[in-house]
Design a protein around this ligand. Structure first.
Ligand SMILES: *Cc1c(COP(=O)(O)O)cnc(C)c1O
Length: 413
């Protein structure tokens, strides 16, 4: 019996949890809420968790489970939970580990909604986010105390595109008995294997590349089962009973089901389908990104180009070590003024003005006036969100067409 080793083969040939009654080659969409039981005894066992069956689709569902199994297969995780969005994954993870009085260490360089969740939403529950430079070990250590429950990092920050040494960060976290959570949305599992870098919990917005390119909103929590949960104040009692499964037990039997942010079976179907072509699409988009970064660099009107995959980037070497040949498919570049940015955007004919990343279509936006419009100028500057900067997320179009669009938009500047 061949044991598939390739990324895409493993996804496509992940067995269903149970054989399908009709031998359907794609996992059918189970769009039902409840599941039937043969007897009261069986129902009791299912509710106690002693029978591995589905009871109600907010808690688990066969179509969603199939997506979870595929992610488990390619990541080598102990447990995977699919949720309704990337933000649901982020918020569930934090509510799992933190209580009133806890603190979390993170960089300020975060996805916009995650930043506001940390600065404001959890603050209302008495949970503090301590922002520090995650490239500075001393600063991290001096912020950690007995109430620190996690370090949270994004593998490539958006839109700064900063990359930290993740093995080193994991070592720092573990030396203080703290788990490392990484949002790896910008480095999908075909280019980045979180487990090899000591990441304990991975969160992903599957809305992005996994969905097939912006087909639906979804999120994932990937639990590697490596962290010793007896070191977590909140999970220590469960760690005695469940060992490495302590996190998953509380997540599935309490936090995830009670917050109710489950993924719809239809979205799970789309995302499972998207996952099958992830590698093909992402490599093309990342290649487009590198080529266009080089092209933009050669233009006199462009003041700077930021992409970890070009030699001039201060993150080139570390990105190559961590993400190989495809360090993301998003770049930023600067003109001299905001007006130039707007004119350029308005001149584009093929590239779309939209706020998503890793769609199949190439998307552009001006971060300062959109995602960061609620922040004042000083705050934006402290986040390195410049008025003169544009963010370009590469799709899978043919390179020559993208180049032509950039060329014609520039010629009219
Ligand atoms: C989009 C995104 C999120 C949030 O995901 P949603 O699916 O939109 O909720 C979180 N982190 C990163 C890095 C993202 O790009």
């Amino acid at each position: 019996m061949i044991k598939p080793t390739g990324f895409t083969t493993r996804i496509i040939h992940t067995p269903y949890a149970k054989e399908d009654a009709n031998r359907a080659l794609h996992q059918p969409i189970y769009s039902n809420a409840a599941f039937d039981f043969e007897s009261a005894e069986q129902m009791e066992m299912a509710f106690q968790g002693r029978l591995p069956v589905h009871t109600y689709s907010r808690i688990s569902n066969p179509t969603v489970e199939n997506l979870e199994l595929r992610i488990k297969q390619i990541t080598g995780a102990l447990n995977v939970t699919a949720l309704s969005s990337g933000m649901a994954a982020v918020s569930n993870v934090i509510f799992m580990l933190a209580s009133t009085g806890s603190n979390i260490i993170a960089s300020k360089h975060l996805f916009g909604n995650t930043l506001v969740f940390f600065e404001s939403t959890i603050k209302d529950f008495g949970i503090e986010a301590r922002f520090c430079d995650l490239t500075n070990e001393e600063e991290i250590k001096s912020n950690i105390d007995a109430n620190t429950v996690a370090i949270f990092v994004e593998t490539i920050t958006n839109p700064q595109l900063e990359v930290v040494d993740l093995k080193h960060l994991a070592h720092t976290a573990h030396s203080q008995s703290i788990p490392l959570i990484a949002d790896t949305t910008l480095t999908p599992p075909n280019v980045f294997t979180a487990k090899d870098f000591g990441i304990d919990l991975e969160v992903i917005s599957s809305t992005k590349s996994i969905s097939g390119g912006g087909t639906s909103v979804g999120g994932l929590i990937i639990d590697y089962g490596i962290f010793d949960w007896s070191k977590s104040k909140k999970l220590a009692p469960l760690a005695k009973r469940f060992g490495p499964y302590a996190f998953n037990y509380k997540l599935r039997r309490e936090v995830f089901r009670n917050l109710g942010a489950c993924l719809s079976p239809f979205a799970a179907y789309l995302q499972s389908l998207g996952l099958e072509t992830l590698q093909l699409r992402f490599e093309k988009a990342a290649n487009n990104c590198r080529e266009l970064a080089e092209y933009l660099l050669s233009l006199p009107q462009v003041k700077q180009v930021n992409y970890p995959g070009i030699k001039g980037s201060e993150f080139y070497t570390i990105s190559k070590q961590q993400f190989g040949r495809f360090p993301g498919a998003m770049l930023t570049f600067d003109f001299s003024t905001k007006e130039e940015c707007f004119t350029f955007m308005n001149n584009l004919e093929l590239i779309r003005r939209a706020t998503n990343v890793y769609d199949n279509k190439t998307l552009i936006l001006h971060p300062a006036s959109t995602i960061y419009c609620d922040f004042d100028r000083d705050k934006r500057e402290s986040l390195h969100v410049r008025e003169t900067m544009l963010r370009l997320s590469l799709g899978i179009e043919d390179l020559e067409d993208l180049k032509s669009d950039l060329e014609q938009a520039l010629s009219k500047l």
